[in-house]
Design a protein around this ligand. Structure first.
Ligand code: MIC
Ligand code: SF4
Length: 635
């Protein structure tokens, strides 16, 4: 008897036992990278010295750094293209779409494991893949054939019943869960969906839900593979990838959450966290300045058709700047051929290229103090590019209603539900370059923006340094290492990007860290949630960060710290957090033994007291950390 998650884990298990909380290693069938994390991942892959990837399938996407405001983005694209050809990786060209949307359409398959250097990789759980986000280094190692190590998650069953009301959609479902469980509610868990409500949801709707499971902090989310999955794969002309995959019984779940789809109402996440959820009706009438439809969460054919049909023959409200980004070239071309794109253009939509764009602050920053409403998955402060803007997250239905009325509007007021014509997508992989059989003669193209990695050292036995910064709870990797049009182009240049570490929280941080020759960070709960960007570990490492002592960590960031030799420690007694301040001098004595035993004594020289911090890692992760990170360990 087993859940879908257990079945896939069992089939891929290489080391360890499937016991919740224990470290396991599994075989990875597929990998994906995107350009903002990919340049680093392939530099790391090069450092491993493996001549060709060993996975069944590895795809390199270009979707984040698309503004090309100078030579840097384009140089990186060429690097990625050449490195893909050399090492046997498929290359999805700029313009082909957002990695998760394209991967779902063209490659994701039920029962397969997928590791991606992007936190929204679980999108592929919509077709029954076990798909996880990780740092670039973990993905590089997986491309080299190494199994992926993580803690066996607790498997939570989400039992869906009923059917969604008209104008209510998958985004409202995941926002409902975010409201219930909050942004750290999923840490160490997999959310597996089952029940009578499942067949009422199409694959793209399921993918919206698994995509935003990342915002719960979940290891991943997964749907069963059923007739709807077969239908979707058939439409994508890859029915041969179909296998049926279902949980054997409800009893296989550690816990069950029940959701009646028919009771869910249009939801909205308020600033500045995806879990600040309320009903759209509670904000009814509130003025809005900008509406954007797109991102890996909500830019499928189904989503854009819903918006296009709602807007058909009408004009966007004069107070609204309205943008649309199709999730993939497939979606883009399909709506271009069926006329829906013309309806969007005629309504006044500003159509952007198929990419992440404004979701990661690459363009379309709203005006100061704006209320911006997006179908995206993250609304962290400043992420849209405007520090004092207020970003709200909604469904495509709600976005369309607001675009028409200029104010928060319950989409159920739009009248009769729209009939979306059955998709007959334009299937054309002409923008995906397949690598040659033998890439050994291919020369890698390297632009001047690619800088070497920082020096790596084994963890020292005694560290005496200052607390450089003390943060609160739920610090995101966007706080640690912001993105956006100015900073994202520096992703291949650690010395340059390190000048921006924590700048929106404390502009003095990089300068202070360098002056003090490094030190420690004190964090609250769920430290490092959000993006998988390993730059949130590498850039602070470059500035001399030795250890982070937090109440607890988000999974991917904790793994990234280990991978780069920064010690992640957790307060044994959470109240000890209150007794440490920025500027305190801490001494970590017998650190190497402490890491091995899982307990480190921390002396606070400034306050004259001491406390215990735990090092909660599996045996393998401890060895990696002590060596100074994965690259040192591999050496
Ligand atoms: C994001 O949504 O924050 C990103 C940009 O896609 C990141 C990856 C990155 O920082 O490059 C993610 O989600 O992992
Ligand atoms: Fe791109 Fe936004 Fe999705 Fe991240 S969340 S992959 S930036 S669309």
């Amino acid at each position: 008897m087993a859940s879908v998650t257990e079945k896939i884990l069992k089939e891929h298990l290489k080391e360890g036992e499937l016991e919740s909380g224990k470290e396991i290693s599994i075989k990875i069938d597929q990998t994906l990278t995107q350009d903002a994390t990919g340049t680093m991942a392939y530099l790391e892959f090069e450092a491993l010295g493996v001549p060709r990837v060993k996975t069944e399938l590895s795809v390199s996407y270009v979707d984040h750094n698309m503004l090309q405001t100078d030579f840097r983005n384009a140089d990186d694209h060429d690097y990625l293209k050449s490195v893909a050809a050399k090492f046997g990786v498929l290359f999805s060209r700029p313009g082909n779409g957002i990695c998760h949307q394209v991967h779902l359409e063209r490659f994701a398959a039920p029962g397969k494991t997928l590791l991606g250097s992007d936190s929204h990789t679980p999108t592929a759980g919509g077709v029954g893949s076990l798909a996880m986000g990780a740092g670039g280094l973990d993905v590089a190692l997986a491309m080299g054939g190494a199994p992926f190590t993580f803690n066996t998650p607790k498997i939570i069953g989400v039992k869906l019943s009923g059917k969604l009301q008209p104008w209510v959609s998958a985004k409202d479902v995941i926002l409902e869960l975010l409201n219930m469980l909050k942004v750290k509610g999923g840490v160490g868990k997999v959310f597996e969906y089952f029940g009578d409500g499942v067949p009422t949801l199409s694959v793209p709707e399921r993918a919206t839900i698994t995509n935003m499971g990342a915002e719960l902090g979940a290891t991943t989310s997964v749907f069963p593979s059923d007739d709807k999955t077969r239908e979707y794969l058939k439409m994508q002309k890859r029915e041969s990838d179909y296998v049926e995959l279902k949980a054997d019984s409800e009893a296989d779940f550690a816990e069950i959450i029940e959701l009646d789809l028919s009771k869910i109402e249009p939801n909205v996440a308020k600033p500045h966290m995806p879990d600040q959820v309320c009903k759209v009706t509670e904000l009814e009438g509130k003025k809005v300045n900008q509406v954007i439809v797109g991102s890996c969460t909500n830019s499928s054919y189904r989503d854009l058709m819903t918006v296009a049909l709602a807007l058909k023959g009408r004009k966007v409200h004069p107070g609204i700047s309205f943008c649309v980004l199709p999730g993939s070239r497939q979606v883009y071309e399909t709506i271009a051929r069926n006329g829906a794109l013309a309806d969007l253009i005629s309504s006044g939509a500003r159509i952007l290229e198929s990419a992440c764009g404004p979701c990661i602050g690459m363009g379309q920053a709203p005006r100061s103090g704006a209320i911006t409403v997006r179908t995206f998955n993250r609304n962290f402060k400043g992420r849209c590019g405007t520090q004092d803007a207020e970003a709200y997250l909604v469904s495509p239905e709600t976005a369309a209603a607001i675009a028409l009325n200029g104010v928060f509007t319950d989409p159920r007021k739009l009248g009769d539900a729209v009939e979306i014509p059955a998709a007959s997508p334009v299937i054309d992989d002409g923008m995906i370059i397949r690598p040659p059989e033998d890439g050994s003669n291919i020369e890698i193209v390297r632009g001047p923006n690619i800088a070497p990695l920082p020096d790596l050292k084994a963890v020292e036995d005694r560290i005496e340094k200052e607390v450089l910064l003390k943060t609160g709870d739920n610090i995101t990797t966007d706080h640690i290492m912001p993105a956006g049009a100015k900073i994202l182009p520096l992703r291949s240049n650690i010395p340059a990007i390190s000048e921006f570490v924590y700048v929106n929280v404390d502009p003095e941080f990089p300068k202070r860290a360098k002056e003090k020759h490094g030190g420690f960070i004190i964090g609250g709960e769920n430290y490092g949630q959000g993006s998988s960007r390993e730059h949130a570990a590498i850039a602070p490492l470059y500035l001399g960060l030795k250890a982070v002592i937090a109440k607890n960590f988000a999974r991917i960031h904790k793994a990234n710290l280990v991978n780069w030799g920064i010690v992640p420690l957790e307060f044994e007694k959470p109240e000890d957090y209150d007794n440490v301040d920025q500027g305190d001098v801490l001494v970590l004595e017998n650190l190497r033994d402490g890491i091995k035993n899982g307990k480190v004594k921390v002396l606070n020289k400034t306050k004259g007291n001491e406390f215990v911090a735990l090092c909660e890692l599996g045996e393998k992760s401890k060895d990696v950390l002590l060596a100074g990170g994965s690259i040192m360990y591999a050496k």
